[in-house]
Design a protein around this ligand. Structure first.
Ligand code: MF3
Ligand code: CO
Ligand code: CO
Length: 262
């Protein structure tokens, strides 16, 4: 018995399995976050856990990206490269994990606190979490990416933060990044129409100020990492979603979350 069309079952099962592994991997990475730990140590743990689960870390070698996940600390908006810098008390860190299991991609991220963080860092991080869920709540077959962007933008700007416009979510499936671009700003009813039984990510990035964003090269890679010109704090959360005819289902939940969600 299944509510899913027969034709899409295999794809959906594949995306659920990849999503669940990505979620479990993100949870494990989050448990390592502590003052003194390097982002390379988190990288190594994620790499090993991914291989142990018969999967591949999608970032490694993707357009020349040198590591197995992205670790974006404080002012880094996204695509931070793990290194030997130790985390410090008061830092916030976005950990972005993408697993490839049996050819299917699961992409999820969360922002974690290192020790005691400032009230303003907490408020930004909580707003990023809720902004993601405001966007997710708009997901339904036949809806538009503009509905997602509108909901995120409204939530974020009302709180005095800036949604990053030029980077956002994406279609995902047997490839990492595909159509549509899923924006964090937009107009209701506008833009790409959401196709049931396909997957997208919703992954708003919130900046503390409206300072323009700058791109920085990663050696030997086509991927850039980003910061605002004024180096303001930035936070982000991401889930991979299945678009259904009546709404959505979150693919990037670990087993416990998947049970409590039902
Ligand atoms: N996981 C990121 C996303 O959410 C993409 C990282 S690409 C990398 O789309 F090359 F930087 F790893
Ligand atoms: Co993504
Ligand atoms: Co991601």
């Amino acid at each position: 018995m299944s509510q899913y069309p027969e034709k899409h079952l295999e794809f959906i099962q594949g995306m659920k399995a990849a999503g669940r592994l990505a979620a479990k991997t993100l949870k494990l990475a989050g448990q390592l976050v502590k003052e003194g730990v390097t982002t390379n140590a988190i990288n190594d743990a994620v790499h090993e856990y991914t291989l142990k689960n018969k999967a591949l870390p999608a970032p490694l070698g993707y357009k020349g990206f040198p590591k197995s996940l992205c670790t974006s600390v404080n002012e880094c908006i996204c695509h931070g490269v793990p290194d030997n810098q130790a985390l410090k008390n008061g830092d916030i860190i976005n950990i972005d994990v993408t697993s490839i299991l049996d050819g299917y991609f699961g992409d999820t991220s969360a922002t974690f606190y290192v020790g005691e963080v400032s009230d303003q860092a907490k408020a930004l991080t909580e707003a990023a979490y809720h902004a993601m869920h405001k966007g997710i709540a708009q997901v339904i077959g036949g809806g538009r990416v503009g509905d997602i962007g509108f909901a995120v933008q409204k939530y974020v700007t009302r709180r005095g933060y800036t949604p990053v416009e030029s980077i956002g979510g994406h279609g995902i499936g047997r490839v990492f990044h595909t159509e549509p671009f899923v924006p964090s700003v937009g107009k209701k009813g506008k833009g790409f129409k959401l196709q049931p039984w396909t997957c997208i990510t919703v992954e708003p990035m919130l900046n503390m100020t409206s300072s323009p964003i700058q791109e920085f090269a990663i050696p030997d890679s086509e991927i850039f990492y980003y910061k605002a010109e004024d180096s303001c704090l930035s936070a982000q959360f991401e889930h991979t979603l299945l678009i259904t005819d009546t709404g959505y289902e979150i693919m990037t939940l670990d087993e416990e979350e998947a049970v409590s969600f039902k």
